[in-house]
Design a protein around this ligand. Structure first.
Ligand SMILES: Nc1nc2c(ncn2[C@@H]2O[C@@H]3COP(=O)(O)O[C@H]4[C@@H](O)[C@H](n5cnc6c(=O)[nH]c(N)nc65)O[C@@H]4COP(=O)(O)O[C@H]3[C@H]2O)c(=O)[nH]1
Length: 820
């Protein structure tokens, strides 16, 4: 019922009633007003008419003092029901007639009082025909009675208006109800029954009796809307599914990250945490939601308030912050170094701090290890060269400032390679470790013991005093003690090993000498010891400095020589001892210095070697000599069984590009590789036997031959000789030189030759200058010789001449040629 009174049709009826009442009232009021005007005019007209009709008989009655006539006149007037009293008086005021009656009861008097007096008295003078006033007639009009008709008609108007309005409203109400309200209610009921979850499932039907009008449109539009909403809902549901899935994936990804991801609000409450963070804090990600940072205070070193402050700062400023190192503590009390990134993040309607931390403990440990490794030697754990350079710089600065002296000792173990080669690297490593321990034991805490690499050590003796002579004495004393201590036996697997060392010492601060110069000076002094027979100590002096400087200058000159093509090749013939036929040549490098003229290879080859230039120069020697042989071959003076000996330096031999270079040169020049004989020294072999054999084997596969040069001067060992693919053994000229008068040399040459022959190698005696020497080497079964006896090294043209000389004779017996 309540719904009914709030329904549209009821409200429309209400409005209709109001409007109808209002319009009806206004219309009725107008009608009543007009009626009132007409009625008033009519009353006035009647009063005028009554006055006009009653005056003449009243005048006569007064004139004649006829009371009877006067009474007739009064009675006549009283017939009008709205006149309530009539009085006729003469001029003296004497009443001739007087009639009156009671005013009848009426319920409209209150209304009459609103528009007029209840009783209106009319008085008309009575004039004589002769002129002059003779009396007057007075009558009272009951206005309520006078307006009675008016009241009746007005009541009819009002009643009729009300009935009309009510009927109108009633019919309007019925019409509204059936045409609008009822269909709307039906539509509303249908709408109510729609399932909000799937609005498209239901269709609104057009209420009965409704034709194509706005309600039909409403139903159609609502159905369209339902379809649209249904589609939108379906889409939204699909999006929600995708979103939920992607949210799940993101969550999984974040949870599987090895870093901690958490989000805290400005008060320090966690609103999110990933698995890694929760695991560390021994809780669950869900359980962390809402927990406070201080709940986990036992897990970190920092004051929780500091963390909250930083979060608040990040949230306020909206600028990320980084903490490079934050210490957290595991449940087991182990410290972990974390690198944390705090950044602002919009989270629903608030800004929170997103905190991502990664565990850098291992990284730091590795860094520290790497730092240690970068500055320490792996074998002995002693500081290395990099550390030395940094520390020595500091020590030199301190010494300069404090005006005291220190010393740098360069220590190189003598013939340490023997140990490595004969007993293997583990034995060598063991000795190096002992040496490191002994060096550390002899030096003081402030001193520095460094392993430069290989068998080279450096000891820095800091602060030896402020007097140079006493400081030198102290350095000498410590150097001696070190040397002696190192040369004491080392024990390795029941073996007693003896190692000596050469020590070069330089005092610092030295004028104009930086760290690298000091090192070089000490190194130079150490080499001096080596040259003088090893196992000693030697102070660096000016002579050595000059020598070192010369080496530097020469290094520069050699660079220029290479650029300016100042190198050339000489060739020394190799001769068959029996037939005296030239069977080949050895290519020897020559350098003509612009100021100093020809410089001996013995002087510059070691510098080429140490500077590394030898690789490039050696490649040139190989290529140029091969090209020269090719020319001689084309000229027909180089026979197919001749060999070209080319010296290969250790560094060149070990260079990674060596085999490739040789292959390339051979291909470019187009020569039979078996014409080439590479002369290598024992120095190459000793370095790394396996690698050497591998390189030699790949070159042998190409067809190249190998000769072992300067045999006897080094660590000649029959064991490795057997393993090397060499075809020739060259006896060093130092043995041949004194062969005629030194019995030891004779024995040596004979032994080497016998050993070579035994291994199936051809033996070449170098430096044969005299016939006596030739006789002896022939006697010892050396197959070939080289030496001034036949020819010194000569340039290519001279060598070609030698090759073309048909008649080779000299005064050495049957196949003699004149002595030079
Ligand atoms: N006293 C005397 N000496 C004789 C006699 N016959 C030859 N010689 C010299 O003995 C040296 C032989 O060369 P080596 O032992 O390979 O010794 C060579 C070799 O080790 C090295 N060398 C020369 N050229 C090259 C090169 O192109 N590359 C490399 N890596 N080293 C080279 O320089 C060293 C010296 O070369 P050179 O001064 O040319 O000295 C040559 C040669 O001139 C003689 O009867 N009496």
């Amino acid at each position: 019922m309540q719904g009914f009174f709030q329904g549209i049709s009821f409200r429309l009826a209400k409005v209709g009633i109001l409007i109808a009442l209002l319009v009806g009232s206004v219309m009725s009021a107008i009608q009543i007003y007009i009626d009132y005007q007409v009625q008033t005019t009519e009353i006035n007209r009647q009063i005028s008419k009554i006055t006009a009709v009653s005056t003449p008989p009243a005048v006569r009655a007064v004139h004649t003092l006829d009371a009877k006539l006067a009474a007739e006149v009064a009675t006549g007037l009283m017939r009008y029901d709205f006149i309530t009293s009539v009085t006729i008086k003469n001029e003296l005021g004497t009443e001739l007639a007087q009639l009156s009656r009671e005013t009848p009861a009426s319920n409209t008097k209150w209304l009459t009082r609103q528009i007029s007096n209840e009783v209106l008295r009319h008085s008309a003078p009575l004039y004589m025909p002769t002129g002059g006033e003779n009396g007057y007639i007075t009558f009272d009009v009951n206005m309520d009675a006078a307006y009675g008709q008016f009241y009746q008609s007005s009541a009819v108007v009002i009643a009729f208006g009300l009935i009309r309005s009510s009927l109108l409203v009633f019919f309007l109400f019925i019409a509204f109800y059936y045409l609008l309200t009822k269909p709307l209610i039906q539509i509303a009921l249908q709408v109510k029954q729609i399932n909000p979850g799937s609005p498209g499932e239901q269709r609104l039907s057009r209420p009965a009796g409704i034709h194509d009008d706005e309600l039909t449109q409403l139903v159609a539009s609502t159905n369209q809307l339902l379809d649209a909403v249904d589609l939108a809902l379906a889409k939204r549901r699909a999006v929600e599914v995708v979103l939920r899935k992607s949210e799940e994936h993101v969550r999984q990804i974040i949870d599987s990250l090895p870093v901690w991801v958490g989000a805290r609000n400005k008060d320090g409450h966690y609103i999110f945490a990933n698995q890694a963070l929760a695991d560390f804090l021994h809780t669950k990600p869900d359980a962390m939601r809402g927990s406070h940072i201080s709940d986990f205070a036992e897990f970190f070193v920092t004051d929780p308030q500091q963390i909250i402050d930083l979060d608040a700062e990040v949230i306020k400023s909206r600028i990320s912050a980084q903490i490079w190192e934050e210490k957290w503590i595991t449940n087991d009390g182990e410290e972990r170094d974390m690198h944390t990134h705090v950044m602002p993040m919009e989270f629903y309607d608030e800004v929170v701090s997103l905190v991502v931390s990664s565990d850098i403990t291992e990284l730091k440990r590795t860094q520290a290890q790497m730092e240690h490794m970068a500055y320490h030697d792996a074998l002995t754990d002693l500081p290395n060269r990099s550390y030395l350079v940094e520390r020595l710089e500091e020590e030199v600065r301190k010494a300069n400032h404090g005006q005291y002296y220190g010393a740098l000792l360069f220590i190189d173990l003598d013939q340490f390679k023997y140990i490595n080669d004969s007993l293997g690297h583990p034995a060598g490593d063991g000795v190096l470790k002992h040496v490191a321990q002994r060096l550390t034991a002899v030096t003081k805490e402030n001193d520095l013991v460094v392993r430069l690499g290989g068998d080279e050590f450096v000891v820095v003796l800091t602060n030896l005093g402020d007097e140079l002579p006493t400081s030198i004495l102290r350095a000498e004393d410590i150097g001696e003690r070190l040397r002696r201590y190192i040369s004491e036996p080392h024990f390795y697997n029941d073996l007693q090993l003896h190692v000596t060392c050469s020590v070069g010492i330089v005092m610092y601060p030295e004028e104009d000498a930086g760290v690298h110069e000091l090192l070089r000076y000490a190194d130079t002094a150490m080499y001096q010891v080596k040259e003088q027979g090893r196992d000693a100590i030697q102070f660096f002096n000016k002579y050595m400095a000059d020598k070192a400087r010369n080496v530097l200058v020469m290094e520069g000159d050699l660079h220029k020589a290479l650029e300016q093509h100042r190198f050339s090749l000489y060739y020394q013939p190799r001769v068959d001892v029996t037939t005296s036929q030239i069977v080949g040549a050895e290519a020897l490098l020559r350098w003509e210095h612009p100021d100093r003229g020809m410089i001996s290879p013995a002087e510059f080859i070691p510098i080429l070697e140490t500077s590394g230039l030898i690789v490039e120069v050696g490649r040139w020697v190989l290529e140029d000599s091969i090209r020269q042989v090719k020319i001689w071959q084309e000229q027909g003076i180089w026979k197919d069984d001749m060999r070209l000996g080319v010296n290969i330096s250790p560094r060149q031999f070990r260079s990674s590009e060596f085999v490739n270079d040789v292959t390339k040169i051979l291909q470019e020049v187009g020569i039979n590789p078996s014409l080439i004989e590479m002369e290598i020294t024992e120095g190459i072999v000793i370095h790394n036997l396996e690698e050497t054999v591998a390189t030699m084997s790949s070159l042998c596969e190409l067809g190249i031959n190998f000769a072992l040069d300067d045999f006897g001067t080094g660590y000649s060992s029959i064991s490795y000789l057997k393993q090397l693919p060499v075809a020739i053994l060259k006896v060093d000229q130092s043995f041949v030189r004194d062969i005629t008068f030194d019995r030891n040399d004779r024995v040596l040459v004979e032994t080497i030759s016998a050993m070579g022959n035994m291994l199936g190698l051809d033996v070449v005696a170098e430096g044969v200058e005299t016939c006596d020497q030739l006789h002896l080497v022939r006697e010892y079964n050396c197959k070939y010789y080289q030496g001034y006896l036949c020819s010194p090294p000569v340039n290519a043209d001279a060598f070609a001449e030698l090759l073309t000389t048909k008649d080779i004779t000299w005064g050495c017996g049957a196949n003699k040629r004149d002595e030079k």
